[in-house]
Write a protein of this length. Structure first.
Length: 56
């Protein structure tokens, strides 16, 4: 679960659930962290130059 907070008050204004399965949630979080650290190229398909989103 991700909590979206108001940056001025730190109040939780929304929550996003990736999955109800702990292990899938950990895997999804690892993917999100990798994306935040390395950008879309971190998720490029083998043998391609772009990202999963159909990059360039």
């Amino acid at each position: 679960m991700l909590s979206i907070r108001n940056p001025e008050t730190n109040e939780v204004i929304d929550r996003v659930f990736f999955t109800y399965d702990l292990y899938k949630g950990e895997a999804y979080w690892a993917i999100a962290r990798l994306f935040m650290q390395q950008g879309p190229e971190a998720h490029a398909l083998p043998g391609t130059q772009g990202s999963l989103a159909g990059g360039h």
